[in-house]
Design a protein around this ligand. Structure first.
Ligand SMILES: [Zn+2]
Length: 99
């Protein structure tokens, strides 16, 4: 039995009503399933070939800096600590920008 009801035992009539409700629900589920497929198709039609996905790349770049990385004050690139050449006035510079 997969019923979670803590309620007192049901009369036969209530059980019959329940199964009718269950059938209705099942039918609704099938309907909603069909609607979902339509929505998926609609969503897919929005994805035009060659769509601009640059914002996704941007999201990757905006990821929080790792503790073993720094942002170069010269070229504004996130560099690995091993690329840190010098720190000037609290600003960090990579080997390309130092000197
Ligand atoms: Zn740099």
């Amino acid at each position: 039995m997969a019923t979670d009801y803590d309620a007192p035992r049901k009369t036969e009539e209530e059980i019959k009503e329940d199964s009718i409700e269950e059938l209705k629900t099942r039918r609704n589920d099938q309907n909603s399933g069909r609607v979902d497929e339509d929505e998926v198709e609609a969503a897919e039609s929005f994805e035009l070939p060659g769509a601009d996905l640059s914002h996704e790349e941007l999201t990757v770049r905006v990821l929080p800096r790792q503790s073993d990385e720094f942002t170069c004050a010269g070229c504004f690139l996130v560099r690995h600590r091993s690329q840190l050449a010098e720190t000037r006035n609290g600003q960090e510079y990579c080997f390309d920008c130092a000197g």
